[in-house]
Write a protein that binds this ligand. Structure first.
Ligand code: NAI
Length: 342
């Protein structure tokens, strides 16, 4: 039976990386039935809606989304489509593994960090209004319910996958009430997991600590905005934004997308690295219990990464987005069975 997936190619580099990833997924032989939609500015031009009703109805049916990046205008214009979709489907856990790929020279070798970002509230929600001309208020809502469930998600994951340590990242020295509540929830949940070390670091210090020594951390759990910022910082450890995947997970729905944005500076030039979206698709394939396909892609990806000339330019290669996808598919067709840890 085919897996029905809602596919949102997005804009900017979105259609290029999505096309590459869909071709690779289809080369596994697993059957996918794609329900493909535009959102954001492209959708608005055609339908007058930023998230057309059919997109919502499709996600309600499929409960699985593969999504390319979508541009959000800066300092005005429409609100983030990403935030709206995460909130609409209560995709409360944003799971972002930061891991090196073999054979890629990076600033730090063998990084293996997981960021768990609360995805539904906090300052990142963009709840703002002008109080009087010249004065703007931005609301940071933190709830016990959302803080407890993200902490529970992180600890459950840690126990299931034998992770050793979780740090809650905060700014409760200044935001004593909101970040204070977040920390109290994390501490309460931590008590149920005596097998996992629990620590707390202030977010600004965490940035410095990460750059000095990322190996001191194992899993980091944090509010929405801190997660947004620290994910990009951590992407630099493993080769940049072309490498970091994410899964937005709710109780009965999941959306897989790269951490990066629509990269307008390289859009439409066949330059984007599709690895981040491919690794997000690997998380999706595992979510669908297609473990054979996941291994097949991981092995091929690892073999492609042994050849510098087959890589995209962000990592020092010469290949375009589509040539990179061709190289992965070619390796999959060779079908060498050897373990990889991509
Ligand atoms: P960005 O992630 O699009 O780009 C930052 C830098 O990384 C650029 O130099 C870009 O060329 C490079 N880069 C990103 N992805 C790459 C890839 N796959 N291969 C090679 N290089 C890559 O961040 P920026 O410029 O801050 O945001 C652009 C737009 O994307 C904004 O409108 C933002 O709101 C949106 N955005 C959307 C996201 C989503 O849909 N989930 C996530 C982040 C940003």
């Amino acid at each position: 039976m085919a897996h029905r997936i809602t596919l949102i190619p997005g804009d900017g580099i979105g259609p290029e990386v999505t096309n590459a990833v869909v071709r690779i997924l289809e080369a596994t032989g697993v059957k996918f039935e794609w329900e493909t939609f535009a959102v954001g500015a492209d959708a608005y031009e055609k339908s007058g809606e930023y998230i057309p009703r059919e997109v919502i109805e499709s996600i309600e049916r499929t409960r699985v989304v593969l999504k390319g990046p979508v541009t959000t205008p800066v300092g005005g214009g429409f609100s983030s489509i990403n935030v709206a979709l995460r909130r609409k489907f209560d995709l409360y856990a944003n799971f972002r593994p930061i891991r090196n790929l073999p054979h890629i020279p990076t600033r730090y070798p063998d990084v293996d960090l997981i960021i768990v970002r609360e995805n539904t509230e906090g300052l990142y929600s963009g709840l703002e209004h002008e109080v009087v001309p010249g004065v703007v208020e931005s609301l940071k809502i933190i709830t016990e319910k959302a803080s407890t469930r993200i902490a529970r998600f992180a600890f459950e994951y840690a126990r299931r996958y034998q992770r050793k340590k979780i740090h809650a990242i905060h700014k409760a020295n200044i935001m004593k009430m909101s970040d204070g509540l977040f920390l109290r929830c994390c501490r309460a949940v931590a008590k149920d997991y005596p097998d996992i070390n629990y620590g707390e670091h202030i977010v600004d210090n965490t940035c410095m600590q990460l750059v000095m020594n990322p190996y001191q951390y194992d899993m980091l759990v944090m509010e929405n905005l801190y997660g947004d910022i620290l994910s990009d910082l951590c992407a630099a450890f493993v080769g940049g934004l072309g490498f970091v995947p994410s899964a937005n997970i709710g109780d009965d729905c999941a959306m897989f997308e790269a951490v990066h944005g629509s990269a307008p500076d390289i859009a439409g030039k066949n330059l984007a690295n599709p690895t981040a979206l491919l690794r997000s698709a690997l998380l999706m394939v595992r979510h669908l219990n297609e473990h054979g396909a996941s291994t097949q892609i991981r092995n091929a990806l690892e073999r492609v990464y042994r050849h510098r000339e087959k890589l995209t330019r962000d990592i020092g290669g010469q290949a375009g987005t589509s040539q990179f996808a061709d190289a992965v598919i070619e390796e999959m067709q060779k079908g060498v069975a050897e373990p990889a840890r991509v």
